[in-house]
Design a protein around this ligand. Structure first.
Ligand code: PLP
Length: 377
């Protein structure tokens, strides 16, 4: 058999995601949970939603969790609950998923960007420089599953009288100095999208807060502003966490710690093997990063990605186009060169497979391929 064919027939390759493996590990349990919902028939805001919210609040160590339709809706509802709208400015990071900024624009406010640090997290000094009399809130993003510098951001917010809305879409279960992502700000927003580390089997999101009045407002806003069956006390959305999704998320929550530990072990293995070849995210003693993404930075990124793809190794770029350079941002008046750290990273970043079902052999295979690309050995 020719060498090339032998390589192809060997079971090799490292998929970026592995949903079949997740189904194999937990499928029965998930199907039973869904069956319970079907048997009960409480499809809208059913008992699984109530239990899921209780468990999610416990995960974050906060008083309230409110289940919503998606991570994007979580952000929109948070801004609306804080009555942020036309004439207001909200400061966020330009290197995030578009939702971090679109939510601000969608409530009629203006997204203002502040550049990030080498660790992909928003820079508190640059936030401070971006504050104006119109600023109402800071919206830091815990990108890759690592908390932003919440101590500095909290201090800034107190000094300037601003709300803090955490985009914790990538950070369910992450902590910084023992405090959970989502528990630092006025409101914390989570996505439970199938591709997140804590994943539903469709769209789903969660909002958390310590404040009773805000929680009450969020519950109204996600469900037509309804108090009781027939009284709408304000204009709300239809953005409730689906009961089937809640049942699935409860299965995932029970295993979240195991999943995060596995991802952290994978990260450590990558860090050790890739040292000196590419820049890896560094672990810090005061935090528990959950590695939703393992994002390296390297030279000749596009060629590296192609080289890995040829070897069956799946990678992604989070995200190739910074938000301020998206066509949708045109009206905001930003252009190339405005956020040099973000823009330089966008050309160098690459997310390696980090899901919990990877074996050590698969990670070694990725590292070997990266070494071969850069050193030819
Ligand atoms: C995924 C994601 C969102 C949006 O969540 P959806 O559930 O897809 O709406 C927002 N912000 C960040 C940082 C994300 O990664």
């Amino acid at each position: 058999m020719p060498a090339a064919q032998a390589t192809l027939s060997r079971r090799s390759g490292v998929p970026y995601t592995d949903f079949p493996a997740q189904f194999q590990a937990q499928g029965r349990e998930v199907l039973e949970a869904i069956e319970r919902v079907l048997a009960r028939g409480d499809f809208i805001l059913g008992s699984e939603v109530v239990e899921c919210e209780r468990e999610f609040a416990a995960l974050c160590g906060v008083r309230h969790a409110v289940g919503v339709g998606s991570g994007t809706d979580a952000l929109i509802l948070a801004l609306r609950a804080l009555e942020i709208g036309p004439g207001d400015e909200v400061i966020t990071a330009p290197n995030s998923w578009v939702s971090s900024a679109s939510c601000i624009a969608l409530v009629g406010a203006r997204p203002v960007f502040a550049d990030v640090r080498d660790d992909f997290l928003i820079d508190p000094q640059r936030i401070e420089a971006a504050i104006t009399p119109r600023t109402k809130a800071i919206l830091p993003v815990h990108l890759t599953g690592r908390c932003a510098d919440m101590e500095a951001i909290g201090a800034l917010a107190r000094r300037h009288g601003l709300a803090v809305i955490e985009d914790a879409a990538q950070a369910a279960g992450a902590t910084l100095k023992g405090r959970a992502a989502g528990a630092f700000g006025t409101i914390g927003c989570f996505s439970l999208h199938p591709l997140k580390n804590l994943n539903a089997i469709g769209d789903a999101g969660m909002v958390v807060t310590q404040e009773d009045a805000l929680a009450e407002r969020l519950r109204l806003l996600r469900n037509h502003g309804l108090r009781g069956r027939d009284e709408a006390v304000l204009w709300g959305l239809n953005s409730r966490l689906d009961t089937v999704q809640a049942a699935v998320i409860r299965c995932r929550l029970a295993r979240l710690a195991t999943v995060s530990d596995a991802r952290r072990r994978h990260a450590a293995r990558y860090q050790a093997a890739l040292h000196g070849l590419v820049s890896c995210p560094a672990d810090r003693p005061e935090e528990y990063a959950i590695y939703h993404l393992f994002m390296i930075q390297g030279d000749r990124r596009d060629a590296l990605q192609q080289f890995l793809a040829q070897r069956g190794i799946g990678t992604k770029i989070h995200y190739p186009t910074p938000i301020h350079l998206q066509p949708a941002s045109r009206g905001l008046g930003y252009g190339p060169g405005d956020f040099p750290v973000t823009e330089a990273q966008a050309r160098r970043i690459l997310s390696l497979p980090i899901h919990q079902h990877l074996s050590d052999d698969q990670i070694d295979e990725v590292c070997k391929a990266i070494r071969a690309f850069y050193t030819g050995t």
